[in-house]
Design a protein around this ligand. Sequence first.
Ligand code: MOS
Length: 724
Amino acid sequence: MFRTYDVPDQRNLLDQTRQGLIGEPLDRPEGALKVCGVAPYAAERRPDDCAEGVLVTATIAQGKVAVLHRDEVLAMPGVLGVFADKRMLRRPAQGTAGQAPVQDIREVDYYGQPIALVVAETFEQATHAAKALRVEYQPAGEVPFDPEAAEATPAKKPVVLGDLDEAMAAAAHSVDLTYTTEGHASAAMEPHASVAEWQDDRLTLWGSFQMISHNVKELADSLRIAPGHVRIRSDYVGGGFGSKLGISHDAVAAAIAARELGRPVRVVLSRQQVFDTIMRRSETRQRLRLAADARGNLTGIGHEAWVSNLPGEQFAEPVTQATEFLYRGESRKLAVNISRISRLTAGSVRAPGEAVGMQVLEAAMDELAEKAGLDPVELRKRNLPEALPGKDRPYSSRLLAEALDQGARAFGWQERAPRPRMRREGEWWLGMGVASAARVNMLMPAAARVRLEADGSLRVQSDQTDIGTGSYAILGQIAGEMLGVPIERVTVELGDSSLPSGAGSGGSFGASSTGSAVFRACEAIRDKLAHRLRVATESLDLRDGIASGSGREVPVTELLAGEPLDEIGRIKPGKSQRDYAQASYGAFFCEVAVNAYTAETRLRRMLGAFGFGRVLNAKTARSQCLGGMVWGIGSALTEELAFDPRDGQLTGHDLARYHVPCHADIPALEVILLEERDAAASPIQAKGVGELAICGAAGAIANAIYNACGVRMREFPMTPDRLL
Ligand code: MOS
């Protein structure tokens, strides 16, 4: 049913069409609705007779709930029910949720884990009752809170090639360094929320999700019902950053309570509950070994990481992901080790793997460049492999050297002082830094429907979500471009699981995957139009509702003759994905000022140059790059999940204490979008951009700090207390 993508499509059809929509910096069609507060988010869908649910979270780290004093709160005004069903306790993973309900005896695995849902007529009544609910625990305490105190085991089979120890011993230049990064929160603007409504045995759930077709299965699994009986709507999503890849407790709890009560139930998490219960990026410890010959050619790379998660969780932050393909170095040892601790679930947060792996790799590369006496740009350029190390697989397209060169020119890299502490302005040391950017590229199974209406207007439908990234805009642009329809006449409907399954928003694959499904559907419609015009598909030209070819010119509405054309396009990864090592690339350049007395670091300016295949919309792509760089800056300077060492409780669980960068932290950022086509990546020759600009950005800032004040920072975030 899904067509695999096997042979790189070199036709560049989107370069030959003439509607002029592809790549144009068009506004997001839902942008004004979101900004003006008109776009309804999940929590704003309140059906008649909707009851309000508030989650109760554990105030111990480990153990069992012995007694829930539900009778006391059931007597409170407006309270409708107290639900404590085992199915809603853990963050459900597909296929693993849905154990039999057990009354009143539950496991607690971490501080802040949801243990019950209190439902009342109003939100205030539910909040009051949830606070009043007395819980008696049977504490236990076998699992440590501190990752360093827990024993680590390999998360997967390490990559071992050649003999790294030998390469290190024989190296003309080498570094052997250990770094740490703190945990991160996704920190999406819109808190998680679910509104559940049953009609007989069918559930409709309004929620905030990234991957709806996957989320339907998770929810059905958790409730032990058929996926066909679950419909999810996420028309508008206020950011995800990984935290909405899977469903969360609110969805399962709202569905269970709504069924029991026979009326709709809404559950909205507080900001603190989002921090406490959804997920974290693991903290990491990373040992980097780089071995190079006298000319700075890498002969070996060691990248060993230590991360953590709850006992039994599958996910381990894939820290070494980019190290596998980025640079040369025949001898290698790449490993991720995991320890089991009692802190909330670790999961995919904003470019899992590369975000923290690249910032450390790129900082280590800077130290190696200094030892080898090379400009750090030059060190990177001379270490780009011909083929994927150890696999001999060619790269699809890779504009890393170009990004470094163009970025260096545009930034004024030649102004960089060759040694630290050479540029001073009042009490500030000034310095510049560079880093590479890289993020793996994925094509995922996706479907989309395109309907060319009898009146010549166009409708695009998929359950693809738009989490603020531009799906509504770019899917409309692709369809309008392919079928010669002005953008004003294109309607895009997303975020409803009853529509064909898009790839979802995750791993930066949404635009290229679901965009390719739209492209395929349009190809099928083009074939039919060409047939009706009696021209070969290759000579069909569509623009502004006019079909032309072989000297003929006919309005498309005439070819349609009162009937719409409706096609579903489908794509899934194939040989093309297996035959080529695929990633998006780029380079960061930045300038910082470090206060000589307080060690405060202020970013002065930053530039990123990025190549990620075809640019579908220059405005949304640039926004993705800006957002990525902002996350990189946060990772470098301010973002840090702090846990109480006594019980694993998250202490900074709101945006006042978890510091994402604010406007005053972000100077003018410049983005260069490189011209590129990657035929191996997808039929539309686009790759992922969503997460690219996070990956490595913090390394550039660490390198600039060194260039400014001569301090090598190996602990992130590089707060003044660490830098002093
Ligand atoms: Mo992304 S962390 O795969 O949403």
